[in-house]
Design a protein around this ligand. Structure first.
Ligand code: FES
Length: 184
């Protein structure tokens, strides 16, 4: 008898009872989770709506239909076009100008009219003393047909990204000039 008692005392303790989740806890967790899920479903679209215009600056990277390719020849011609911009919640329309021309190889390119000296607007063939050049009226900068800087300005005229589709010239972002290299 006594040996049986001793054996009982030396047995390892029974594993503790598994923690049971009470019915109240279960309901609390379930309802809490469902409420959080539904709340996120309602709030996230509102947050996205509020923040989206900040994250996406519209206008950049787009191409605008500007001119028919049949109208482009080897003389620079001025074309204006409108770019709709969305900066945050601010919507605006910018009127842009490009000087478009076909080079000797027949490739079409478009130069920005913004002078690389201090940002005035250049014109083509507008200084009788220097025919067949772009001229800036502000401080006398001059550029070749391809936009190469000849005087005053430190850099060539920028150019637009260009895309030709279905007989139309489309212009995109303004980028540094690559036409001048063809001249060299
Ligand atoms: S801004 Fe064109 S020459 Fe100065």
């Amino acid at each position: 008898m006594s040996s049986h008692n001793e054996q009982q005392e030396t047995w390892p303790e029974q594993p503790p009872d598994r923690k049971e989740m009470s019915r109240r806890q279960f309901l609390t967790y379930t309802l809490g989770g469902a409420t959080a899920f539904m709340g996120a479903g309602a709030i996230l679209p509102m947050v996205r709506f509020a923040v989206d215009p900040i994250l996406h600056k519209k206008g950049a990277g787009e191409f605008i239909k500007v001119a028919e390719t049949s109208k482009i020849n080897d003389q620079p011609q001025e074309f204006t076009f409108e770019l709709k911009q969305q900066d945050g919640w601010y919507a605006s329309t910018a009127t842009l100008t490009a000087w478009i021309r076909k080079d000797e190889a027949g490739d079409i390119y478009a130069l920005s009219p913004t002078c690389k000296h201090l940002g005035c607007t250049v014109g083509w063939n507008n200084d009788k003393a220097y025919p067949d050049e772009y001229h800036c009226p502000c401080h006398g900068a001059r550029y070749t047909k391809l936009g190469k800087n000849l005087a005053v300005a430190p850099k060539p005229l920028d150019q637009y990204k260009i895309k030709i589709e279905n007989g139309w010239v489309y212009l995109g972002d303004v980028v540094p000039n690559t036409e001048v290299k063809k001249e060299a």
